[in-house]
Each structure stands twice: as C-alpha cells, then as structure tokens.
Ligand binder design. Structure first.
Ligand code: NAG
Ligand code: NAG
Ligand code: NAG
Length: 546
C-alpha cells in the first residue's frame, strides 16, 4: 500500500492575465485524422490523433502551435450522434490512459450513442509535461505532505515545497505559464471545432474536470449543448484560495456515515462486532489515532520489509479509501483488526490486496495546473495559519489537508497562468448544465455542486444519495438513466431529485467474505482511480482491496 497511499495522500492535501479575445468558432477544414493509438489500450476499440492548437492564446503575434494528443472511444450503438468530451480530473490526470480505464464505465452510462473524446491536457502526458526533476522520481523526495500530527512537520513541508516551487520555476521557465484551466478550455473548444460537428460542447467532467467544465462554460456560454459536472469542486476556491476548504466539508460525515452503515449491516462489517454502537466505535477510533501518534506500531510481515503503522499512514489510508465504496469492506476489516490490536489479521488483509492498476500521473502536473491558476501567494508559512485553523475547524478526523504538498507549493508558486478566468461564474449558458453531487463524497461535497449551480442559470443539481467520490463509484440506475436522458435530448431532472444507489453500502445480506474478495459487482463500481495523485481526483480501478 505504501507508495500509492502515500502519494495519493500527498496530493490530496492532495494576475495579470490578459483575457484572450473571445474566440470565434471557426470550423477547421483539416478535421482530425484518427488512427491507431501508440499506447497500451487494453484491447479497447479506441483511436488516437494529434491536433495542433495555438501554444499561447494571449499572444496574437505568435503562430507557434502545440500538438495535443487525442483519443476517441467510438459510440457503441453504431453511428455516433456526436462527441462527448471527457476530462478526468486531478487536475493533472492525463486523457489517453484515463480513457482506457473510464470509457468502459462511462460509455454505457451516456447511452452509447456518442463518441467519447479526450486528450492529454497541458501539463500532462507529453503535452507540456510538467516535470520539474530529472529523474522524475527525485521530485517525490520533496513531496512529503502526509497529514502528520507533529508540530515540526509544517516547517519541513513548507521548506520542501520551496524546493519544488523553485525547481519547477527554473526548469520550466519557458512553458510553466502556458498551462491552466483557461488555456485547457480553449484547447477543448479547438477540438470541438476540429471534430466538424455542430461546434457545440457536450462534456462530462469528473472531479477536477468540473473546474475545467465550469471554466469552459463561463468562457464559452454560447457554445454549451450538454455539460455534466460530476463530483464538483468549488471552483471559486480553486482560483481564489491557497487551500480549498470546501474539500473537507463532507469528509467527516462520510467517515461517520461509513461507521453508521457498518452498524446497519453488522454481518458484513466486523467493526460492528467490537462495539455496542457507532458512537462507541468512533470514540475508539479517536483513541486509536491519539495512541498511534505517540506509539507507532512496528510490523514484521513475511514477504515484505518491516514497516511502521503510524498516525499518518492510518489517517491517510482511511481518507483515500473513502473515495471508493468498493474498498469499504476492506477498510472495515483492516480497521477492525487495528482497533482490536490484531496485527496479524491486519497484515493479512493488507497483504491480500490485489494491487491497483493505477493510471500513471505525474505529481507535478497537479501543481503545475492548479498552482498557476491560483491567485493568492504567501511569503511565509505563518501567512497560512488562518487557513490551517479553518481546516481544523472543519474536519475533526482529517485535519491535515492544509499541510498538503499542493497548498504549500501553490502558496510559493513561481508561475501565473497566462490566462485565468476572472469572472464570478454567474453565467447564462445556451443550454443548462447538469450538476451531480454525492451525499457522502469525501472530497467534492454536495455543497460544492450547489454552490456552483447557483451561478449557472437554469442548471440543476442531482443528488446522488451514495458514498464515495463521483456518482459512478456506487452505481445508481436512477442517476445513470438521468445522465443518458440528458445526453439524448437535454432533459434535466426536477430540482431536488435524489437518486438512490442500486445497493446500499456493504450490500444486502450476504455473509462477510474474507479479505480481498471481489465485492458483488452491483454494489459498487470498481473505478479506475487516477492514482497516485489524486487530489480531487478520481478513484482508481482497484480490485476489491488494496
Ligand atoms: C509572442 O510571440 C512572439 C513570436 O513568437 C515572441 O517573440 C514574443 O516574445 C511573445 N510574447 C510573449 C509576451 O510571450
Ligand atoms: C460559493 O463559494 C464561494 C467560495 O467559498 C463563496 O464566496 C460564495 O458565496 C458561494 N456562493 C454561494 C451561492 O453559496
Ligand atoms: C439496474 O439496471 C440493471 C441493468 O438494466 C438491472 O439488471 C438491475 O436489476 C437494475 N438494478 C436496480 C436496483 O434497479
């Protein structure tokens, strides 16, 4: 678990900009030449292409271009009724690899009548790749950032973030300001033009992809056909706050909801057999956290080097697992073992994890995009004291976010994106947007969907009454039918619509499986997690347990 868990935690915690002139919609004559993909496609019937776009949309005297790498997953039901653009979040997650992981899940939900199209956004893949260290792995040395209880760690993380920011500034001085949401939105519309359809945007953005979708809708309000923003960020905070406190708005409720669901289905959740009530279990977890801060547990396991289980690891593991209901049973078994002090059982369940086929992500892309888009900077660590207090006040269980690598690095970032959206997201789009928020999402809470919807005239929030990050992780036929209907003819659900997941957490009545078994397929969806770097990201394709 270590590298992946550590990294995902990592990230978690993962101007002066001339607004470019409004871009006319110019259908491109040359179109897009689709052909075979050069990367591993897992046998999916995808096609790839490149498309040249302006390198710098703010520089009218430059004719330099940038080649975007594109990928298409053709409509499954025959002739396409048009393309739906996808972006997989982070921001910092690539499009080419992510499409392989997500298309088989998202394609059928859209109804299968549209091509799905994505691309490697600036900063990711080979598109102005945001790589600040050579070799790339060296960057990990300075990207600590696990939530840590020690009062000396913020100073250390701040100093490490200084190294990261300065290294990026030096190494990427020619291109570091050419990434960001506004340029990515313009790139996306260049693709829409080149597709040679109706010039209108159809889009499903998940997680960090909601920041791109909101920005595109605000910059190109007249070109919006159907836009779904699912797992919504508070994009006001994305631009205007060093650390996005909305991220932790629902994380405690999600963890407490997980424990409550456990007691509703005690046969499937071993924590329920240790305590008389959810409240008792929660106080036991609180005591466990305190104890681990001062007495980490050395673990000697067969087949792996000895390792430590400490507060950071446990807190991070719980946090990152809350993204994926498909792993909740794994979490319940691991946490019960830890609470019971049964280290052998803990080692067994951790060892049963079948590994995660993570989508490759480079850590620095997350910062490259997000930090250049952020307006505030800080001269010194103490400038962030208030933000840290805000995070602590908002989350009892996971207060470590303010210390995350991106918060401290962004506060010291050397680049300002050449263009930022500077409006207030009060926008009337040509067709209304559909927002989707989960009731218990640990990182993109329902309130953020409501917040963003408030600015987009006519938009509706669909409440997906499930757990985890994104609507697809605890599937609901109700939600999926609304998505398909919206893409088919633009029908929006009535304001206030709540969709229940097909199967409640921990499934129905089956007996508890032993660790590592596949959960029943209908209960939760194994979603490709964008891995290592997920900030707001997207859950990864796990196999039951990790
Ligand atoms: C704009 O592009 C021109 C031609 O490539 C280049 O010489 C100039 O430095 C660019 N200006 C800015 C502000 O980047
Ligand atoms: C949305 O969030 C921003 C940032 O926290 C806040 O300033 C704004 O008032 C919120 N808008 C609504 C409608 O809640
Ligand atoms: C959801 O839809 C699938 C496929 O149509 C169906 O097999 C399943 O029974 C449905 N589940 C619920 C809870 O409606």
């Amino acid at each position: 678990m270590s590298t992946r868990t550590r990294n995902s935690l990592l990230l978690l915690l993962s101007a002066s900009l001339a607004q470019a002139a409004p871009q006319p919609h110019i259908p491109r004559k040359e179109g897009i030449q689709w052909g075979a993909c050069k990367h591993e496609t897992g046998g999916l019937p995808v096609e790839c292409a490149t498309l040249a776009v302006p390198l710098d949309y703010t520089n009218s005297s430059s004719d330099e271009t940038l080649d975007l790498a594109l990928i298409k997953y053709p409509a499954q039901n025959g002739p396409s009724k048009g393309s739906i653009m996808l972006n997989f979040g982070g921001p910092g997650q690539d499009g080419l690899n992510s499409m392989i992981a997500y298309a088989p899940i998202q394609g059928p939900i859209t109804g299968g009548d549209h091509d799905l199209v994505s691309w490697d956004p600036r900063g990711t893949g080979q598109t102005l790749r945001f790589q600040c260290f050579e070799p790339e792995e060296l960057g990990q040395t300075y990207l600590a950032g696990l939530p840590d209880a020690s009062d000396v760690s913020p100073g250390k993380i701040w100093a490490e973030a200084t190294i990261v920011a300065k290294s990026c500034g030096e190494r990427l001085k020619d291109t570091g300001d050419l990434v960001g949401m506004a340029f990515a939105a313009r790139d996306m519309m260049q693709i829409v033009d080149a597709l040679g359809e109706d010039g209108m945007l159809r889009y499903w953005g998940i997680s960090g992809g909601t920041a791109l979708g909101s920005t595109a809708a605000a910059l190109f309000p007249d070109r919006i056909d159907k836009v779904i923003l699912d797992g919504v960020m508070n994009v006001h905070e994305y631009y205007h706050k060093s650390g996005e406190t909305n991220i932790v708005e629902s994380v405690d409720a999600t963890f407490e909801g997980f424990i409550a669901a456990c007691f509703e289905n005690p046969k499937k959740c071993p924590i329920a057999s240790l305590y008389g009530s959810a409240d008792e279990a929660l106080s036991a977890v609180e005591k466990l956290f305190e104890k681990l801060k001062y007495e980490p547990i050395p673990v000697f396991a067969e087949g792996s080097p000895p390792f430590l289980i400490d507060y950071s690891i446990v807190n991070s593991l719980i946090y990152s697992t809350l993204y994926r209901p498909s792993d909740y049973q794994f979490l319940s078994i691991a946490l019960a073992a830890l609470l019971a002090g049964d280290i052998d059982a803990l080692v067994k369940i951790l060892g049963s994890s079948s590994g995660v086929s993570a989508i490759p992500v480079q850590a620095e892309a997350v910062m490259g995009i997000r930090c250049g888009d952020k307006i505030p900077r800080a001269d010194k660590l103490s400038d962030l004291d208030e933000l840290e207090e805000e995070f602590h006040a908002m989350s009892k269980w996971f207060p470590g976010f303010a210390r995350g690598a991106y918060v401290y690095a962004c506060a010291q970032w050397p680049f300002e994106a050449k263009e930022r959206y500077e409006g207030d997201f009060n926008v009337k789009t040509s067709n209304p947007i559909l927002f989707i928020g989960n009731t218990y999402d640990p990182v993109t809470p329902l309130v953020s969907a409501q917040n963003m919807s408030a600015g987009f005239e006519g938009s509706v929030v669909l409440q997906h009454n499930g757990f985890g990050h994104l609507s697809i992780v605890q599937p609901s036929n109700c939600t999926n039918e609304i998505i398909a209907q919206y893409f088919a003819d633009g029908t929006l659900p009535k304001e206030g619509t709540v969709c229940e997941p097909n199967v409640p957490l921990f499934g129905n009545d089956e007996e508890l499986p032993t660790g590592g078994e596949e959960p029943e397929a209908t209960a939760t969806q194994e979603v490709p997690a964008p891995t290592d770097d997920a900030y707001e990201e997207t859950p990864a394709p796990t196999a039951g347990a990790e």
